[in-house]
Design a binder for this molecule. Structure first.
Ligand code: PLP
Length: 368
């Protein structure tokens, strides 16, 4: 179905005030945003308008009860300079999967894709091309808007998409510490949804980890704090011998699109990938046996973040962690190669055998 999305252009583009060589991550926003409102049981008033503040009631349900979800994806330019989106339909599906868990009404997938294409087509000049690791970060989100006190699903919602040019993600290898008191998510909870509240819940544990000299928490299960789930806000992969292992999704793990893409790419090469439970004990044993070749986080922001050290508690009651060091970065051919290959697929340098890359039609702002 073709939707009618109205367009109000910004009177004066802000793009000339931006220094594309020094963009603070997530602090610079492009000219326009997409907005849709849900009321009377339907998504309506579809529009692209200048990026700017919105007003809301202090009794907005989201502010009190957190009925809010989001997505995160990136737009690039291909070798002919055309804007491209990476697996946008997967983001549309995941947005609705998250929404279903939080009683948020479905946002039509075809509307999501059209909104995304139009917005990126209009603000295509904001896609940085000065550095291969730069991109236009795209943030779709939906939140409750009803003015009401009382815990219940809202009658009204707002869906918005805005974009932000971002520079290379700082990819120094990360030091992880397993949690032995906090958990990010449990099966049956909302860990599989990209729900805003999950990130608030991770702030204190992460801050404590930073204070103790680590970069991110390696989240584990809540029963014995041994089964590995994710690291920070990324999925996690290990290479043990010639097998790539990543925790099987179990309701407590976010189903990352980077995770899914890497699994496909590895299997396409004929490599062995196992999605199964993996415990910190197994990782430590592999390290002791000399078969632990690599560990890395995977997500849209960093793509692949190599892990340099893992600190862990031998038992739930242990107070001092032990630390294992991962092999040197220059020995990690598989993950380094994957990162490069994914970048080359996204920017059209090499073929896209999985049809992941969707070209966006550039829109001349004056004539939209
Ligand atoms: C978004 C997210 C990921 C990564 O998902 P991608 O689709 O690869 O960006 C992993 N874990 C958590 C908790 C996340 O929020």
């Amino acid at each position: 179905m073709k939707y009618n999305i109205s367009f109000q252009p910004i009177s004066q583009s802000k793009i000339h005030s931006v220094d594309f060589d020094n963009i603070p991550f997530g602090e610079v926003f492009s000219d326009h945003m997409f907005v849709a409102d849900y009321y009377d049981g339907a998504w309506q008033d579809l529009r692209i308008v200048p990026f700017g503040p919105i007003t809301m009631s202090p009794a907005n349900l989201t502010l009190h009860y957190g009925q809010a979800i989001f997505e995160g994806m990136k737009a690039f330019k291909n070798q002919s300079g055309a804007p491209v989106l990476f697996r946008p339909e997967m983001h549309a599906k995941r947005l609705n999967a998250s929404g279903a868990r939080l009683c948020i009404p479905e946002f039509p997938e075809d509307l999501f894709l059209q909104a995304l294409h139009q917005l990126v087509g209009i603000d295509h000049a904001w896609i940085p091309t000065n550095n291969p690791d730069s991109s236009l970060y795209v943030r779709p989100f939906i939140f409750a808007t009803q003015e009401k006190l009382g815990v219940k699903p809202s009658f009204t919602y707002k869906c918005m998409i805005f974009t932000a040019p971002v520079g290379p993600y700082y990819d120094k290898p990360i030091k992880l510490i397993t949690a032995n008191e906090y958990v990010r998510a449990v099966p049956g909870g909302v860990g599989e949804a990209k729900a805003a509240g999950n990130y608030a819940a991770g702030l204190l544990p992460t801050q404590e980890a930073h204070d103790a000299g680590y970069d991110q928490i390696m989240w584990t299960d809540n029963l014995n704090y041994k089964n590995i789930q994710e690291c920070g806000t990324m999925n996690i992969f290990f290479i043990i011998g010639d097998t790539v292992v990543t925790p099987a999704t179990n309701g407590a793990i976010l189903k990352g699109i980077t995770r899914d893409s890497l699994i496909h790419m590895l299997r396409h090469k004929g490599m062995k990938v196992e999605e199964r439970p993996i415990s910190i004990d197994e990782v430590v044993a592999a390290h002791e046996a000399g078969t632990l070749k690599d560990a890395f986080g995977a997500g849209t922001a960093a793509v692949i973040a190599p892990v340099s050290e893992i600190s862990y508690y031998e038992s739930k009651d242990a107070t001092t962690p032990k630390t294992i060091k991962l092999p040197a970065l220059d020995s990690r051919d598989i993950s380094t190669g994957l990162k490069k290959e994914l970048h080359e697929i996204r920017t059209g340098i090499i073929a896209d055998p999985h049809a992941w890359v969707h070209e966006v039609t550039v829109r001349d702002v004056a004539s939209v």
